[in-house]
Design a protein around this ligand. Structure first.
Ligand code: PLP
Length: 386
Protein backbone atom coordinates (compact mmCIF):
# COMPACT_ATOMS: atom_id res chain seq x y z
CA UNK A 1 0.00 0.00 0.00
CA UNK A 2 3.03 2.27 0.39
CA UNK A 3 4.02 3.77 -2.96
CA UNK A 4 7.35 2.40 -4.23
CA UNK A 5 8.86 5.89 -4.36
CA UNK A 6 7.60 6.85 -0.88
CA UNK A 7 10.29 8.83 0.91
CA UNK A 8 12.96 8.01 -1.69
CA UNK A 9 14.39 11.55 -1.56
CA UNK A 10 15.33 10.77 2.06
CA UNK A 11 16.34 7.17 1.45
CA UNK A 12 18.81 8.37 -1.20
CA UNK A 13 20.72 10.02 1.65
CA UNK A 14 20.57 6.90 3.78
CA UNK A 15 17.96 8.51 6.06
CA UNK A 16 14.85 6.56 7.08
CA UNK A 17 11.50 8.29 6.43
CA UNK A 18 8.63 7.52 8.80
CA UNK A 19 4.84 7.49 8.84
CA UNK A 20 3.80 10.32 11.13
CA UNK A 21 0.86 9.29 13.31
CA UNK A 22 1.95 11.72 16.02
CA UNK A 23 0.38 14.85 14.55
CA UNK A 24 2.06 18.17 13.90
CA UNK A 25 5.36 17.81 15.70
CA UNK A 26 8.45 19.85 14.91
CA UNK A 27 10.65 16.81 15.45
CA UNK A 28 9.28 15.07 12.34
CA UNK A 29 8.89 18.12 10.12
CA UNK A 30 5.80 19.75 11.55
CA UNK A 31 3.67 20.24 8.49
CA UNK A 32 3.21 19.68 4.79
CA UNK A 33 2.33 22.99 3.13
CA UNK A 34 -1.05 22.96 1.37
CA UNK A 35 -0.93 22.92 -2.46
CA UNK A 36 -2.11 26.54 -2.78
CA UNK A 37 0.54 27.57 -0.26
CA UNK A 38 3.24 25.82 -2.29
CA UNK A 39 1.97 27.45 -5.46
CA UNK A 40 2.10 30.92 -3.90
CA UNK A 41 5.62 30.21 -2.63
CA UNK A 42 6.75 29.17 -6.09
CA UNK A 43 5.36 32.41 -7.53
CA UNK A 44 7.35 34.39 -4.96
CA UNK A 45 10.54 33.09 -6.60
CA UNK A 46 9.95 35.28 -9.65
CA UNK A 47 11.11 38.58 -8.13
CA UNK A 48 13.06 39.99 -5.22
CA UNK A 49 11.38 42.36 -2.79
CA UNK A 50 12.68 44.59 0.01
CA UNK A 51 11.79 42.47 3.03
CA UNK A 52 10.92 45.31 5.41
CA UNK A 53 8.27 46.38 2.91
CA UNK A 54 7.04 42.82 2.39
CA UNK A 55 6.82 42.32 6.15
CA UNK A 56 4.74 45.46 6.50
CA UNK A 57 2.33 44.64 3.68
CA UNK A 58 2.03 40.96 4.56
CA UNK A 59 1.50 41.89 8.20
CA UNK A 60 -1.28 44.31 7.23
CA UNK A 61 -3.00 41.61 5.17
CA UNK A 62 -2.80 39.03 7.95
CA UNK A 63 -3.90 41.49 10.65
CA UNK A 64 -6.99 42.39 8.61
CA UNK A 65 -7.74 38.72 7.91
CA UNK A 66 -7.67 37.68 11.56
CA UNK A 67 -9.04 40.96 12.94
CA UNK A 68 -6.22 42.25 15.12
CA UNK A 69 -4.52 45.67 14.96
CA UNK A 70 -1.17 44.39 13.64
CA UNK A 71 0.73 41.24 12.65
CA UNK A 72 4.27 40.19 11.77
CA UNK A 73 5.61 37.00 10.20
CA UNK A 74 8.32 35.31 12.24
CA UNK A 75 10.55 32.27 12.07
CA UNK A 76 7.97 30.12 13.85
CA UNK A 77 5.92 30.95 16.93
CA UNK A 78 9.06 30.32 18.98
CA UNK A 79 10.78 33.24 17.29
CA UNK A 80 7.69 35.40 17.83
CA UNK A 81 8.05 34.73 21.58
CA UNK A 82 11.73 35.71 21.57
CA UNK A 83 11.20 38.84 19.48
CA UNK A 84 8.21 39.94 21.57
CA UNK A 85 10.20 39.57 24.77
CA UNK A 86 13.09 41.54 23.27
CA UNK A 87 10.67 44.22 22.05
CA UNK A 88 9.15 44.58 25.51
CA UNK A 89 12.55 45.01 27.16
CA UNK A 90 14.21 47.29 24.60
CA UNK A 91 11.21 49.12 23.13
CA UNK A 92 12.24 51.38 20.24
CA UNK A 93 15.56 52.38 21.80
CA UNK A 94 18.21 51.39 19.25
CA UNK A 95 20.97 51.29 21.87
CA UNK A 96 18.98 48.85 23.96
CA UNK A 97 18.07 46.83 20.87
CA UNK A 98 21.79 46.42 20.19
CA UNK A 99 22.56 45.67 23.84
CA UNK A 100 20.31 42.62 24.21
CA UNK A 101 20.57 39.86 25.37
CA UNK A 102 22.47 41.84 28.01
CA UNK A 103 19.58 43.40 29.91
CA UNK A 104 21.57 45.71 32.21
CA UNK A 105 19.45 48.79 32.87
CA UNK A 106 16.26 47.21 31.51
CA UNK A 107 13.34 45.57 33.25
CA UNK A 108 13.96 41.92 32.45
CA UNK A 109 11.64 39.68 34.47
CA UNK A 110 8.78 37.87 32.78
CA UNK A 111 6.19 36.50 35.17
CA UNK A 112 4.70 33.10 34.40
CA UNK A 113 2.28 30.98 36.41
CA UNK A 114 4.08 28.07 37.98
CA UNK A 115 0.99 26.03 37.27
CA UNK A 116 1.14 26.73 33.57
CA UNK A 117 4.86 26.27 33.38
CA UNK A 118 5.32 22.97 35.18
CA UNK A 119 1.90 21.44 35.65
CA UNK A 120 0.93 22.00 32.03
CA UNK A 121 4.36 20.93 30.82
CA UNK A 122 4.91 24.20 29.00
CA UNK A 123 7.88 23.60 26.76
CA UNK A 124 8.46 26.96 25.05
CA UNK A 125 9.40 29.10 28.08
CA UNK A 126 13.01 28.95 26.91
CA UNK A 127 12.08 31.03 23.85
CA UNK A 128 11.34 33.95 26.20
CA UNK A 129 14.70 33.63 27.94
CA UNK A 130 16.63 33.70 24.67
CA UNK A 131 16.09 37.46 24.44
CA UNK A 132 17.90 37.82 27.77
CA UNK A 133 14.85 37.84 30.02
CA UNK A 134 14.52 35.92 33.25
CA UNK A 135 11.42 33.90 34.02
CA UNK A 136 9.89 34.36 37.44
CA UNK A 137 7.21 31.92 38.58
CA UNK A 138 4.15 32.92 40.56
CA UNK A 139 1.45 30.86 42.23
CA UNK A 140 1.85 27.22 43.26
CA UNK A 141 1.49 23.87 41.56
CA UNK A 142 -2.05 23.69 42.93
CA UNK A 143 -3.45 27.07 41.91
CA UNK A 144 -2.80 30.67 41.02
CA UNK A 145 -4.72 33.54 42.57
CA UNK A 146 -5.01 37.22 41.74
CA UNK A 147 -2.97 37.97 44.86
CA UNK A 148 -0.18 35.67 43.65
CA UNK A 149 0.22 37.83 40.56
CA UNK A 150 -0.15 41.12 42.42
CA UNK A 151 2.52 40.08 44.92
CA UNK A 152 4.89 38.85 42.22
CA UNK A 153 5.00 42.18 40.37
CA UNK A 154 8.16 44.09 41.26
CA UNK A 155 10.44 46.85 39.99
CA UNK A 156 12.07 44.57 37.41
CA UNK A 157 8.89 43.04 36.03
CA UNK A 158 8.75 43.54 32.26
CA UNK A 159 5.65 41.53 31.30
CA UNK A 160 3.30 38.72 32.27
CA UNK A 161 3.19 35.62 30.09
CA UNK A 162 0.16 33.38 29.64
CA UNK A 163 -0.26 29.99 27.96
CA UNK A 164 -3.63 29.58 26.20
CA UNK A 165 -4.99 26.02 26.16
CA UNK A 166 -8.65 26.20 25.18
CA UNK A 167 -8.88 22.46 24.54
CA UNK A 168 -8.11 21.69 28.19
CA UNK A 169 -9.12 24.70 30.29
CA UNK A 170 -7.45 24.87 33.69
CA UNK A 171 -9.85 26.11 36.37
CA UNK A 172 -7.00 26.39 38.89
CA UNK A 173 -4.89 28.70 36.77
CA UNK A 174 -5.33 32.47 36.87
CA UNK A 175 -7.57 33.39 33.93
CA UNK A 176 -6.36 35.51 31.06
CA UNK A 177 -8.99 38.13 31.93
CA UNK A 178 -7.58 38.49 35.46
CA UNK A 179 -4.02 38.42 34.12
CA UNK A 180 -4.72 41.26 31.69
CA UNK A 181 -6.60 43.29 34.26
CA UNK A 182 -3.88 43.08 36.91
CA UNK A 183 -0.96 43.46 34.48
CA UNK A 184 -2.45 46.50 32.78
CA UNK A 185 -3.36 48.09 36.12
CA UNK A 186 0.37 47.88 36.84
CA UNK A 187 1.40 49.19 33.43
CA UNK A 188 2.68 45.80 32.26
CA UNK A 189 2.13 44.14 28.88
CA UNK A 190 0.70 40.62 28.56
CA UNK A 191 2.13 38.09 26.11
CA UNK A 192 0.14 34.99 25.20
CA UNK A 193 1.43 31.75 23.74
CA UNK A 194 -1.57 30.68 21.68
CA UNK A 195 0.44 28.84 19.03
CA UNK A 196 -2.20 26.17 18.51
CA UNK A 197 -5.36 28.23 19.02
CA UNK A 198 -6.39 28.41 15.39
CA UNK A 199 -9.88 26.90 15.59
CA UNK A 200 -12.71 27.81 16.04
CA UNK A 201 -11.71 30.74 13.84
CA UNK A 202 -13.02 33.15 16.47
CA UNK A 203 -10.18 32.04 18.77
CA UNK A 204 -7.57 33.21 16.26
CA UNK A 205 -6.55 36.67 17.45
CA UNK A 206 -9.00 36.48 20.34
CA UNK A 207 -6.46 37.15 23.08
CA UNK A 208 -5.31 40.37 21.45
CA UNK A 209 -8.95 41.40 21.02
CA UNK A 210 -9.39 40.65 24.75
CA UNK A 211 -6.62 43.12 25.51
CA UNK A 212 -3.40 41.09 25.49
CA UNK A 213 -0.56 43.01 23.86
CA UNK A 214 0.79 40.03 21.93
CA UNK A 215 -0.08 36.50 20.95
CA UNK A 216 1.75 34.05 18.73
CA UNK A 217 0.43 31.51 16.24
CA UNK A 218 2.40 28.56 14.86
CA UNK A 219 1.74 28.51 11.13
CA UNK A 220 2.83 24.85 11.09
CA UNK A 221 -0.67 24.04 12.29
CA UNK A 222 -2.40 25.78 9.39
CA UNK A 223 -0.85 24.47 6.21
CA UNK A 224 2.24 26.71 6.07
CA UNK A 225 5.86 25.56 6.28
CA UNK A 226 6.73 24.84 9.91
CA UNK A 227 9.46 27.45 9.70
CA UNK A 228 6.98 30.33 9.92
CA UNK A 229 4.81 31.73 12.68
CA UNK A 230 2.73 34.80 13.35
CA UNK A 231 3.06 37.54 15.91
CA UNK A 232 -0.28 39.28 16.46
CA UNK A 233 -0.71 42.31 18.66
CA UNK A 234 -1.20 45.98 19.22
CA UNK A 235 0.27 48.40 16.66
CA UNK A 236 2.87 49.51 19.20
CA UNK A 237 3.91 45.99 20.17
CA UNK A 238 4.22 44.72 16.62
CA UNK A 239 6.11 47.84 15.51
CA UNK A 240 8.69 47.26 18.25
CA UNK A 241 8.80 43.53 17.52
CA UNK A 242 9.59 44.31 13.89
CA UNK A 243 12.59 46.39 15.02
CA UNK A 244 14.05 43.19 16.47
CA UNK A 245 13.72 41.16 13.29
CA UNK A 246 16.38 40.05 10.83
CA UNK A 247 14.78 42.29 8.20
CA UNK A 248 15.32 45.34 10.41
CA UNK A 249 18.85 44.21 11.28
CA UNK A 250 19.72 44.48 7.60
CA UNK A 251 17.25 47.16 6.56
CA UNK A 252 17.85 49.61 9.44
CA UNK A 253 21.45 48.63 10.22
CA UNK A 254 20.44 48.14 13.86
CA UNK A 255 21.55 44.80 15.19
CA UNK A 256 18.71 43.12 17.07
CA UNK A 257 18.62 39.60 18.48
CA UNK A 258 16.38 38.43 15.63
CA UNK A 259 19.13 38.31 13.00
CA UNK A 260 19.47 34.50 13.09
CA UNK A 261 15.68 34.07 12.83
CA UNK A 262 15.73 34.47 9.07
CA UNK A 263 12.85 33.49 6.79
CA UNK A 264 12.56 33.41 3.01
CA UNK A 265 10.35 35.77 1.09
CA UNK A 266 8.78 32.57 -0.27
CA UNK A 267 7.94 31.51 3.28
CA UNK A 268 6.43 34.92 4.04
CA UNK A 269 4.22 34.59 0.98
CA UNK A 270 3.47 31.04 2.12
CA UNK A 271 2.32 32.34 5.49
CA UNK A 272 0.04 34.85 3.77
CA UNK A 273 -1.42 32.14 1.53
CA UNK A 274 -1.88 29.81 4.51
CA UNK A 275 -3.77 32.44 6.50
CA UNK A 276 -5.98 33.26 3.51
CA UNK A 277 -6.67 29.55 2.97
CA UNK A 278 -7.38 28.92 6.65
CA UNK A 279 -9.77 31.84 6.98
CA UNK A 280 -11.75 30.94 3.84
CA UNK A 281 -11.65 27.13 3.71
CA UNK A 282 -14.51 24.80 4.55
CA UNK A 283 -13.65 23.67 8.08
CA UNK A 284 -16.63 21.34 8.18
CA UNK A 285 -14.97 19.29 5.43
CA UNK A 286 -11.64 19.38 7.22
CA UNK A 287 -13.22 18.07 10.43
CA UNK A 288 -15.24 15.36 8.67
CA UNK A 289 -12.06 14.17 6.96
CA UNK A 290 -10.15 13.94 10.28
CA UNK A 291 -13.07 12.15 11.89
CA UNK A 292 -13.37 9.58 9.11
CA UNK A 293 -9.64 8.86 9.11
CA UNK A 294 -9.67 8.52 12.90
CA UNK A 295 -12.59 6.07 12.63
CA UNK A 296 -10.60 4.01 10.13
CA UNK A 297 -7.92 3.46 12.77
CA UNK A 298 -10.45 2.88 15.54
CA UNK A 299 -12.27 0.20 13.54
CA UNK A 300 -9.03 -1.73 12.90
CA UNK A 301 -8.50 -1.95 16.67
CA UNK A 302 -11.90 -3.26 17.80
CA UNK A 303 -12.09 -6.39 19.91
CA UNK A 304 -8.43 -6.66 20.90
CA UNK A 305 -8.09 -7.96 24.47
CA UNK A 306 -6.22 -5.59 26.75
CA UNK A 307 -6.42 -2.67 24.34
CA UNK A 308 -8.86 0.12 25.09
CA UNK A 309 -9.42 2.59 22.29
CA UNK A 310 -10.63 6.00 23.37
CA UNK A 311 -11.62 8.27 20.48
CA UNK A 312 -10.87 11.95 21.11
CA UNK A 313 -13.77 14.24 20.30
CA UNK A 314 -11.94 17.54 20.61
CA UNK A 315 -12.09 19.89 17.61
CA UNK A 316 -10.63 22.96 19.33
CA UNK A 317 -7.14 24.00 18.31
CA UNK A 318 -5.00 22.39 15.67
CA UNK A 319 -5.48 18.62 15.89
CA UNK A 320 -9.10 17.55 15.68
CA UNK A 321 -10.15 14.01 16.67
CA UNK A 322 -7.52 11.26 16.92
CA UNK A 323 -7.46 8.57 19.61
CA UNK A 324 -5.84 7.46 22.82
CA UNK A 325 -4.74 3.84 23.19
CA UNK A 326 -4.65 2.35 26.67
CA UNK A 327 -2.61 -0.84 26.83
CA UNK A 328 -3.15 -3.30 29.69
CA UNK A 329 0.23 -4.90 30.28
CA UNK A 330 -1.18 -7.75 32.34
CA UNK A 331 -3.26 -8.88 29.37
CA UNK A 332 -1.07 -7.97 26.40
CA UNK A 333 2.41 -8.35 27.90
CA UNK A 334 3.29 -4.94 26.49
CA UNK A 335 3.36 -1.45 27.94
CA UNK A 336 2.34 1.60 25.94
CA UNK A 337 6.06 2.37 25.62
CA UNK A 338 6.71 -1.09 24.16
CA UNK A 339 4.01 -0.51 21.55
CA UNK A 340 5.47 2.85 20.56
CA UNK A 341 8.95 1.28 20.28
CA UNK A 342 7.75 -1.65 18.20
CA UNK A 343 5.89 0.61 15.81
CA UNK A 344 9.07 2.62 15.33
CA UNK A 345 11.02 -0.54 14.61
CA UNK A 346 8.63 -1.67 11.89
CA UNK A 347 9.00 -1.15 8.17
CA UNK A 348 8.26 1.59 7.47
CA UNK A 349 8.58 3.01 10.97
CA UNK A 350 5.36 4.47 12.40
CA UNK A 351 5.76 7.25 14.94
CA UNK A 352 3.22 7.60 17.71
CA UNK A 353 3.90 8.81 21.20
CA UNK A 354 3.42 8.42 24.91
CA UNK A 355 4.06 11.63 26.77
CA UNK A 356 6.47 11.14 29.67
CA UNK A 357 3.81 11.94 32.24
CA UNK A 358 1.09 9.77 30.66
CA UNK A 359 0.66 6.04 30.17
CA UNK A 360 -1.39 6.01 27.00
CA UNK A 361 -0.49 6.44 23.35
CA UNK A 362 -1.94 9.36 21.43
CA UNK A 363 -2.47 9.12 17.70
CA UNK A 364 -3.39 11.98 15.40
CA UNK A 365 -4.14 11.86 11.69
CA UNK A 366 -2.81 15.36 10.89
CA UNK A 367 0.50 14.10 9.47
CA UNK A 368 -0.78 10.99 7.69
CA UNK A 369 -0.78 10.86 3.91
CA UNK A 370 -3.96 9.64 2.32
CA UNK A 371 -4.45 5.95 3.07
CA UNK A 372 -1.75 5.77 5.75
CA UNK A 373 -4.45 5.57 8.42
CA UNK A 374 -5.19 2.03 7.18
CA UNK A 375 -1.55 1.05 7.53
CA UNK A 376 -1.39 2.51 11.03
CA UNK A 377 -4.52 0.67 12.20
CA UNK A 378 -3.39 -2.61 10.70
CA UNK A 379 0.14 -2.46 12.05
CA UNK A 380 -1.06 -1.77 15.57
CA UNK A 381 -3.60 -4.58 15.37
CA UNK A 382 -0.89 -6.97 14.11
CA UNK A 383 1.27 -6.27 17.17
CA UNK A 384 -1.43 -7.71 19.41
CA UNK A 385 -2.39 -10.68 17.26
CA UNK A 386 1.06 -12.18 17.25
C1 PLP B 1 4.47 24.56 18.26
C2 PLP B 1 4.34 25.48 19.43
C3 PLP B 1 5.23 26.54 19.65
C4 PLP B 1 6.43 26.80 18.77
O1 PLP B 1 6.02 27.12 17.49
P1 PLP B 1 7.04 27.02 16.27
O2 PLP B 1 6.30 27.65 15.14
O3 PLP B 1 7.34 25.59 16.07
O4 PLP B 1 8.26 27.81 16.68
C5 PLP B 1 5.05 27.35 20.75
N1 PLP B 1 4.04 27.14 21.61
C6 PLP B 1 3.16 26.14 21.46
C7 PLP B 1 2.05 25.97 22.46
C8 PLP B 1 3.28 25.28 20.35
O5 PLP B 1 2.40 24.29 20.19
Amino acid sequence: MIAPDWGDIYKALGAQPVINATGSVTLLGGSTPAPEVKEAMARADGAYIPLMELQEKAGRFIADMVDVPAAYITSGAGSALTLATAAIMAGDDDDKIEQLPDTTGMKNEILIQRRQRYMQHYWYDRCLELAGAKLVDFGTDERTTREDLEKAIGPNTAAVHYYAMEQSPDADALSLEDTIEIAHANGLPVTVDSAGQIFPLGNLGKYVRMGADFQCIAAKYMGAPQSVGLALGSEDMIYKLGLQSFASYEGRRVRGVGRPHKIDRQEMIGAVAAVRRWMTMNHEDRLVDSDIRTQTIVSSLRGIDGLRVEPIDNIIGHQPFGLNLHVDESVTGMTAHDVVDQLKQGDPPIWTRVKDWEDFITIHVFGLNEGEEKIVGQRIADLFKR
